[in-house]
Design a binder for this molecule. Structure first.
Ligand code: MN
Length: 219
């Protein structure tokens, strides 16, 4: 599977007024594209250019000499997942299995929204806020910089990018307002339910490493 920049799953202006067309043009067309391009170049040097991002991430995690490749591959993967975590007309209360799990594992939608916003706002510096399945339970976590739940055996269900480039043009320093807008208006609960439904799938990579199920954001 060749590494490529996936198209945005909606038009650039689709998330307005919460995320502007300008932000998405830079974020997808420049930032995400740069991560993909760098991954392709670095993967070629170590003969991994024909492998999937998931495989490259698994193979390079925690290896100092592959740190640049890991960072770029993880960022390429995280961004593809983030685009699909959002949708026009999203947000609000979920339905389906995710609603039941949020109730049983996190104390209900209001408690989830509070935890997710606090995680997004509280992450010090660049990184990501995630809703993940971890050991059979839902959990709200953050990762720093490029780090990704799929390098830690957790199954991501939703992501919010909290790097400044994700919100600075629209919200300047007001990261809390950005997180709040996404949670209220853009979260794609269908995507979260789909990821939850696929959690039992395990993908065995060529090296025999087990990668968490919903690992392909382009699927
Ligand atoms: Mn980003």
């Amino acid at each position: 599977m060749p590494i490529a920049l996936p198209p945005l799953p909606y038009p650039y202006e689709a998330l307005e007024p919460y995320i502007s067309r300008t932000t998405l043009e830079f974020h997808h067309g420049k930032h995400h594209k740069a991560y993909v391009d760098k991954t392709k170049a670095l993967a070629k040097e170590v003969h991994l250019a024909d492998q999937s991002l998931e495989f490259i991430i698994q193979q390079t995690a925690l290896q100092e000499r592959h740190r640049a490749l890991f960072n770029n591959a993880a960022q390429a993967w995280n961004h593809a997942f983030y685009w699909r975590s959002l949708q026009p007309g999203g947000g609000g209360e979920p339905g389906g299995e995710i609603a039941d799990r949020i109730k049983s594992d996190l104390g209900g939608h209001a408690a989830f929204a509070e935890q997710f916003a606090a995680a997004a706002t509280g992450q010090f510096g660049s990184g990501w806020a995630w809703l993940v399945m971890d050991g059979g339970k839902l959990s709200v976590i953050t990762t720093a910089n490029a780090d990704t739940p799929i390098a830690h055996g957790q199954i991501p269900l939703l992501a919010i990018d909290v790097w400044e480039h994700a919100y600075y043009l629209d919200y300047q320093n007001r990261r809390a307002e950005y997180a709040d807008a996404l949670i209220k208006h853009l979260i794609n609960w269908d995507f979260a339910n789909k990821n939850l439904g696929r959690r039992r799938e395990r993908v065995t990579t060529p090296a025999g490493v087990c990668v968490a199920g919903p690992a392909s954001p382009a699927a």
